[in-house]
Design a protein around this ligand. Structure first.
Ligand code: GLU
Length: 505
């Protein structure tokens, strides 16, 4: 890259279905790099493969990026000066370049029909259209100029293929991996322009990256084998000195580190791989996403930001603005990053724990409504949230963690108390109800010593009475500090719950 070139990066998904978390990470790293360098982040929809087009997939991508706060400066929805941003709408711009490559001897017309190629594949399962066999196939290299001209004049369907050199290597400096070298003889003659006039990904990506003045390309490692084809195209089209810099991001691996994380691994291991719920329009099958499971976008983005990158310290929690400030390519790891769902949940937990109440309140109010709590006292909700936030992994855990604050427990774990119950304990609680009535400052710092003194005076042990007290208030052996619970429930409610539970033991 020439140093004065403005940083312009792109996320270039194909709208073929749900967006894998690896795709969101690619978008994120592009975005972080752009923002860090004051450059532009572009969303380009690569929809030239009409057979793989899935309705709704583009809208889904937009929604995912919006949810994550990864907002494009230019996109189909927000066109800039380099549009259109959907490759299918750029169709007319590609043929001239494919023709130019043919004219300059870097590509050729191939007239083989789909049936002929299928027949070849039947004969040799490893069939590749390459320098090894291209002279025995039906193309402008094997046919005479007259024959080729005749076929073209007759409108014979044809593709245009790159003519990969039989000898030599393509080398480039990957920003993450360093020098990478490929032998061209091992690469097949990729189709550049299809018979329907649409470019393939290989041609479109190069033409568009140049037209859109892309300066750096961050994309998944699965595209590394395509890089030599792209680099040759940049050179063959005469654009070598405008070539962007390349960075192939490490794969996101299965939890055991054995290969790339796929949607199927998520189904098998019971965690999402897509950013948001995706319903296949053909089959109606629903694949669950992180959003619907209860991930906060901040936590999801944070988790992805440190999947294969760190800031050189032990720090793990980053806001998107901190990621922007800290992002640097030399801290992206070369090796694949194992996906750990427990760790992903930890990020969500940390984010919920530290999130201000106001941000969480709308979601909490709808959870309360769903559970039939219509008129919850707003200050109780706020106080409960402060207490249970650190116990939640997902926002949806709120109800399980706190229902007893809003309604008396439906069930009391009598079995946990009964075997060791004594008349002395009944007497203790009967008395403490009376004494609670006299407490003026009904708060946890008052209640704790108060309760403990009464226990000491009774000659019993604190543990023998604390657990039953908790069970009477919440129904079981769970929940935050029992004195905090008692304080938030209020004097009357505490007395009521003890009175109601006592006869059960
Ligand atoms: N359309 C490709 C994809 O779906 C983009 C690859 C690239 O960034 O060059 O991932």
């Amino acid at each position: 890259m020439s140093s004065q070139k403005k940083v312009r990066v792109r996320f270039a998904p194909s709208p073929t279905g749900g967006l894998h978390l690896g795709g969101v990470r690619t978008a994120l790293f592009n975005y972080l790099f752009a923002r860090h360098h004051g450059g532009d982040f572009i969303l380009r929809i690569e929809d030239t493969d009409q057979t793989r087009f899935v309705p709704g997939a583009e809208e889904y991508i937009n929604e995912c990026l919006a949810w994550c706060g990864i907002l494009a400066d230019e996109s189909p929805e927000k066109p800039g000066a380099f549009g259109p941003y959907r490759q299918s709408e750029r169709k007319p711009s590609y043929r001239q370049f494919a023709e130019q490559l043919v004219k300059d001897g870097y590509a050729y017309y191939a007239f083989d029909t789909a049936e002929e190629l299928d027949a070849q594949r039947q004969l040799q399962p490893n069939f590749r259209y390459s320098h090894e066999n291209r002279l025995s196939l039906r193309n402008s290299l094997s046919l005479s100029d007259e024959q080729t001209a005749e076929l073209l004049d007759a409108g014979t369907p044809h593709t245009i293929r790159i003519k990969m050199p039989e000898e030599g290597t393509v080398s480039f400096e990957d920003m993450i991996r360093g020098r990478v070298t490929f032998e061209t003889k091992l690469i097949d003659d990729k189709v550049l322009l299809k018979a329907d006039g649409m470019p393939t990904y290989h041609l479109a990506v190069v033409v568009d990256d140049r037209a859109m003045e892309i300066s750096h390309i961050f994309r998944g490692e699965e595209w590394l084998p395509s890089a030599p084809v792209h680099i040759l195209l940049w050179e063959y089209l005469g654009w070598a000195n405008e070539m962007p810099q390349w960075a192939h991001l490490p794969l996101i691996l299965k939890p055991d580190g054995n290969g790339k994380l796929s949607k199927r691994d998520g189904d098998r291991l019971g965690f999402p791989v897509y950013a948001m719920n995706w319903t296949d329009p053909k089959t109606g099958d629903l694949t669950k996403g992180f959003r619907e499971l209860g991930f906060l976008p901040e936590a999801f983005v944070n988790m992805l930001g440190v999947l294969g990158w760190n800031d050189g310290t032990e720090k793990e929690i980053f806001t998107i603005d901190e990621l922007i400030a800290k992002f640097s390519v030399d801290r992206i790891s070369k090796s694949g990053a194992k996906f750990d769902f427990e760790k992903a949940k930890w990020f969500n937990h940390e984010w919920i724990k530290n999130m201000d109440n106001a941000t969480l309140t709308p979601a909490i109010n709808s959870i309360l409504m769903e559970n039939g709590i219509i008129n919850a006292d707003a200050s109780l909700v706020q106080n409960v949230l402060l207490v249970v936030k650190e116990r939640m992994t997902f926002v949806s855990d709120f109800w399980a963690q706190s229902s007893f604050f809003f309604q008396a427990p439906q069930q009391i774990d009598v079995d946990a108390v009964k075997p060791k119950w004594t008349a002395e304990k009944t007497a203790f609680f009967e008395q403490i109800i009376q004494e609670f009535a006299t407490v003026e400052h009904w708060d946890a710092p008052t209640l704790e010593p108060f309760f403990k003194e009464k226990v000491a005076a009774s000659g019993m042990k604190i543990g023998e009475l604390m657990m039953p007290f908790r069970i009477m208030l919440v129904g079981g052996k769970f929940g935050p500090d029992v004195f905090l619970i008692a304080a938030l429930l209020g004097k009357q409610e505490v007395i009521k719950r003890i009175t109601k539970a006592l006869p059960l033991f």
